[in-house]
Design a protein around this ligand. Structure first.
Ligand SMILES: [Zn+2]
Length: 214
């Protein structure tokens, strides 16, 4: 595989394409919904540059709970989840799936993630959601809504939720100092476990890039 195709915009497009409302995003606005969250994630990481993610958790009073087994929701393997509330914030991490990710993150000459980096990526990703929660201004909410329905004078609008995911990936990439957006490793995991072919993945990326005009 030619690694240069996995640039930040490509990986942001992959994430955006999984949004339930992706088909409602006007083609000419796709770049807006990837570039704005990429910038938000990058800007937020700049504020914490050089900081250790474990230290950020303790400084902010966020509990990290390491659980051996993986919880699965709707058949999707969860790496962990953030539980954010007025009476405290904590992040649950399912070590089994972090280990699986690290084990299968190496593919086709791509630099893999070791266990500690895989863990840090996850902690950083959830820390970004914590920052959004704390500031009360998630990037998803700040960006324009898309029209989901229009009939006569009536329009219904909705937000693109995956934009926060794109920002969280970028935040983790910058904070941990990875070469790629970390959702790439989710795809490499699928490829090395035989659930996706490298060819299909490359095709998906080039199709999305063509659609977005990049
Ligand atoms: Zn997330």
């Amino acid at each position: 595989m030619d690694n240069s195709i996995f640039d930040d915009r490509a990986m942001a497009l992959c994430e955006l394409s999984q949004d339930m409302l992706f088909h409602k995003v006007p083609v000419g606005r796709i770049l807006y919904y990837i570039d704005e969250p990429l910038k938000a994630g990058r800007d937020a990481a700049r504020l914490y540059s050089g900081k250790d993610i474990h230290a950020l958790y303790s400084e902010n009073g966020i509990g990290a709970e390491y659980k051996p087994k993986t919880a699965s929701a709707f058949g999707v393997m969860l790496r962990g989840q953030a539980i954010l509330g007025a009476d405290g914030c904590k992040v649950e991490i399912y070590m089994e799936s972090i280990e699986e990710l690290a084990k299968h993150s190496c593919f086709g000459g791509m630099p893999g993630l070791d266990l500690e980096s895989a863990l840090k990526v996850h902690l950083a990703h959830e820390f970004y959601h914590y920052l959004e929660y704390k500031s009360g201004s998630a990037i998803t909410e700040m960006l324009d809504s898309v029209e989901t329905f229009k009939l006569f004078g009536f329009t219904r609008k909705a937000k693109i939720n995956r934009c926060s995911e794109i920002a969280a990936h970028m935040f983790a990439k910058c904070l941990i100092g990875l070469s790629y957006m970390p959702n790439l490793y989710d795809y490499l995991y699928l490829i090395s476990t035989g659930k996706l072919t490298a060819g299909d993945f490359e095709e998906k990326i080039s199709g999305l890039k063509q659609l977005a005009g990049v």
